[in-house]
Design a protein around this ligand. Structure first.
Ligand SMILES: NC(=O)c1ccc[n+]([C@@H]2O[C@H](COP(=O)([O-])OP(=O)(O)OC[C@H]3O[C@@H](n4cnc5c(N)ncnc54)[C@H](OP(=O)(O)O)[C@@H]3O)[C@@H](O)[C@H]2O)c1
Length: 332
């Protein structure tokens, strides 16, 4: 058996290029004491991985050049030298971007593929779902009756933010996305009250039209023009949760900040960034609330599934381009 894995060869400048990466053939590793061998079935590709391709100091260490990259993955245990995990179990772990992985058992979390499709542990029931839940309810201090605006609204995190806000009694939910099809999906399937295509005109004008009485919460996945527009529409004691700023991830120069931050004085507004990793204490509450919503269909989700380890890089680049609707998954 051979294993294929994606290595980072050089640090991308601007948009990542295929020559910055290589799909390398290696031997399948053998598990030692306390370790398990996993055949990955589903890989996650996420926007934050762009940050780890850079050497800049951040909350997660840069990917090492010439080595396999990391990321969320679900797989089936083929062999186990560890107590508590057996061959045939399915596990969630962080050794993605490869077909086979060996890891200490403490880094593998058992999941039940009968209870929910394995891919959902990477998306709606996993890291991106918790990001939406924690960012909206804790960082943005969402409360019933709020008017909520979310960007990247047809993506993995954004689509959950808008629906959770509706389920928790938002008075109005507005989303923005990068195509007319995504905008339709937000309103018709996810129940957003209004949505617009940010490519169709200035965000500030489209937001004002969609939220004539202003917004109480902005969940930012995008940064840039969206953030300035949200500050411009913020109501008294409005809250902005900075989850991500995908519009600047491939910039080679720092992007200009919002020009209207003085509005935070009038509005007593608050802007706060957050990392999902700081909110795993919410996991039990997240599971008890979100699992039944997903099971009943009250909380909908989509996945864009790309097949094959050889297409993992293309899937990752697709997330940056907006090819995905909902969570981007690579199925092996
Ligand atoms: N803070 C945390 O702990 C945390 C955790 C997870 C994710 N995040 C962040 O949350 C955001 C969403 O992540 P995700 O995993 O759910 O990804 P996603 O939204 O499923 O995919 C990214 C989406 O961003 C949109 N996009 C790309 N370039 C854009 C641009 N220039 N302007 C506006 N939209 C653009 C694309 O959709 P369109 O077609 O709509 O353009 C694309 O589908 C990212 O910024 C990510 O870094 C943060």
């Amino acid at each position: 058996m051979s294993n294929r894995e994606w290595h980072l060869l050089s640090r991308p400048v601007g948009w990542p290029k295929p020559e910055d990466f290589a799909l390398v053939e290696t031997e399948v590793p053998t598990p030692g004491d306390g370790q398990v061998l996993v055949r990955n079935t589903h890989l996650s590709v996420d926007p934050y991985m762009r940050g780890r391709m850079s050497a800049a100091k951040s909350y997660a260490a840069p990917y090492e050049l010439g080595k396999v990259m990391q990321g969320g993955a679900v797989g089936e245990v083929l062999a186990s030298n560890a107590e508590g995990i057996s061959a045939g179990d399915h596990v969630l772990h962080f050794f993605g971007w490869r077909e086979y992985a060996v890891m200490d058992a403490k880094h593998a979390v058992k999941v039940d593929p009968e209870a929910a499709p394995p891919s959902t542990y990477l998306g709606v029931l996993g890291m991106t779902g918790l990001t939406a839940y924690a960012g909206l309810l804790r960082t943005a201090s969402f409360k019933e009756g709020d008017v909520v605006f979310v960007s990247g609204a047809a993506g993995a995190v954004g689509s959950q933010v808008g629906q959770i806000a509706k389920l928790k009694g938002a008075s109005r939910v507005i989303g923005s996305a990068g195509s007319d099809e995504k905008v339709e999906l937000l309103v018709d399937e996810y129940g957003f009250d209004a949505a617009f295509n940010y490519k169709n005109g200035p965000v500030s004008e489209q937001l004002r039209a969609a939220a004539p009485d202003g917004i109480d919460v902005y969940f930012d996945n995008v940064g840039g023009e969206h953030l300035e527009a949200a500050v411009g529409s913020l109501n008294l004691r409005g809250r902005i949760a900075i989850c991500g700023m995908i519009s600047v991830y491939n910039n080679t120069e720092p992007a200009p900040g919002p020009r209207n931050l003085a509005r935070l004085i009038q509005t007593r507004g608050r802007i706060e960034g957050f990392l999902v990793g700081d909110h795993y204490d919410l996991q039990p509450q997240f599971v008890s609330e979100v699992v039944p919503w997903v099971a009943s269909g009250a909380l909908k989700y989509r996945e864009t599934v790309v097949d094959g380890i050889e297409n993992t890089l293309e899937a990752f680049l697709g997330v940056l381009r907006g090819d995905n609707t909902g969570k981007m998954i690579v199925k092996l």
